[in-house]
Write a protein that binds this ligand. Structure first.
Ligand code: HPA
Length: 304
């Protein structure tokens, strides 16, 4: 029996469509996306960059750019978050061929399941031949020694949605991507972090450089004071609404990962404070550091 579901917007889905949305994309769908892209660019990227909120300017570091709006790419989700442009940019950085996501997908945008749309591009990168994933994001600081404008090298994460059952690898495991139970204790590559420290030092950014644990919560609401307290006690140094799902999927398919947060605000920890987390502050703080981050990523990639 073929059940037809009618949504509020009167678009009709049949059971197969719903299953394909709720369960998994097939390997063939990822492959179709990768092949479509490979047919349209000569770039064969080994490095992929995911740009965080307001950090899409990172794509500017690439030369000989070809860009594809997400809406043109078969099976690709589209980006709805503020500060996220929605383009996949291929290009070169000296000898390095790269692909850059100008705009990422977040769980809070309403995608049905973390495993599907939010991490879709990561498996496409894998099929394009990418070996290293660089992730940037904006985050609020819990660690009392961090300042707005600092860069935090992510040495580990706490995936709060994962604790609540939203692990992106939940469901059928396709061994062509990776094993059923992938290791995550080595999620953030220590050699790449060492290279990042060296790069920051050469650029004179070492006074801004921190290293810490990123706590992911699903958003879109910012954290309550009690939630900040919980994540701080669990060991998080900063909180954001992204990154962990992409990193889990990248590690599952064997990509090396480097991730960095730009500290855009200090989280409110005191009930007497009049400070309030807000999107404007996040985007303003990001804009102030875009140039430094662009230079840093350019120098870093040339060293990989
Ligand atoms: N919380 C969650 N996500 C964020 C924050 C924050 O304070 N700042 C930037 N992204």
């Amino acid at each position: 029996m073929q059940l037809i579901y009618q949504s509020y917007s009167s678009v009709k889905f049949d059971t197969n469509q719903i299953l394909s949305i709720v369960h998994n994309y097939s390997y063939d769908m990822y492959k179709e996306t990768a092949d479509w892209l490979l047919e349209r660019t000569k770039i064969r990227p080994k490095v992929a960059i995911i740009c965080g909120s307001g950090l899409g300017g990172l794509a500017e570091v690439l030369d000989d750019k070809t860009d594809f709006p997400y809406s043109d790419i078969p099976h690709f989700p589209t980006s709805t978050a503020p500060g996220h442009a929605g383009q996949l940019v291929f290009g070169r950085l000296e000898d390095h061929e790269c692909v850059c996501m100008k705009g990422r997908f977040h769980f809070y945008e309403g995608y049905t399941c973390l495993s599907l749309q939010v991490t879709y591009p990561v498996r496409v990168f894998f099929l394009l031949g990418v070996k290293t994933l660089i992730v940037t994001n904006a985050a609020g600081a819990l660690n009392g020694s961090y300042k707005v404008g600092d860069f935090m090298l992510i040495k580990d994460h706490i995936n709060m949605p994962g604790f609540a059952g939203q692990n992106p690898l939940r469901g059928h495991n396709d061994e062509r991507f990776g094993v059923r139970f992938p290791c995550m204790s080595d999620a953030y590559d220590p050699d790449l972090r060492a290279l990042a420290k060296q790069t920051a030092k050469e650029q004179g950014l070492d006074s801004l450089l921190q290293q810490g644990v990123y706590g992911m919560q699903s958003g879109p609401a910012f954290e309550t004071i009690a939630e900040c307290e919980v994540l701080h006690r669990l060991g998080a140094d900063a909180i954001g609404m992204s990154t962990a799902p992409e990193v889990v999927v990248a590690r599952h398919c064997g990509l090396r990962v480097f991730a960095m947060s730009l500290i855009t605000n200090i989280l409110v920890r005191d009930y007497d404070s009049n400070e309030k987390a807000n999107e404007e502050e996040v985007l303003e703080s990001t804009a102030l550091r875009t140039k430094d981050l662009q230079t840093f990523i350019r120098n870093f990639i040339t060293k990989i």
